[in-house]
Design a protein around this ligand. Structure first.
Ligand SMILES: [Zn+2]
Length: 80
């Protein structure tokens, strides 16, 4: 079996600074609003802090989304 050559994702959360999804090979289905913010190549390039158009404070991610824990906080207590 050849290894999957696709690059991994460096997924971070908009609301917290968890890094445990840095390097996943597929995007988790329980995260929402996942957006590609930069390519892996860009994420691995040192950030030029003098550049006028910085993406955001999380320069290492390729994707940003809302993790399940923060989804719960956003929506408040679940109504059952
Ligand atoms: Zn989160």
């Amino acid at each position: 079996m050849p290894r999957d050559p696709s690059p991994h994702f460096r997924l971070g959360c908009f609301h917290c600074d968890r890094e445990d999804y840095d390097g996943v090979t597929e995007l988790p289905k329980d995260w929402t609003d996942i957006t590609e913010v930069q390519t892996l190549e860009q994420a691995l390039t040192p950030v030029d802090f003098t550049a006028p158009t910085r993406l955001n404070i999380f320069e290492w991610q390729t994707h940003l989304g809302v993790c399940p824990e923060c989804q719960t906080e956003d929506e408040g207590p679940a109504v059952t």
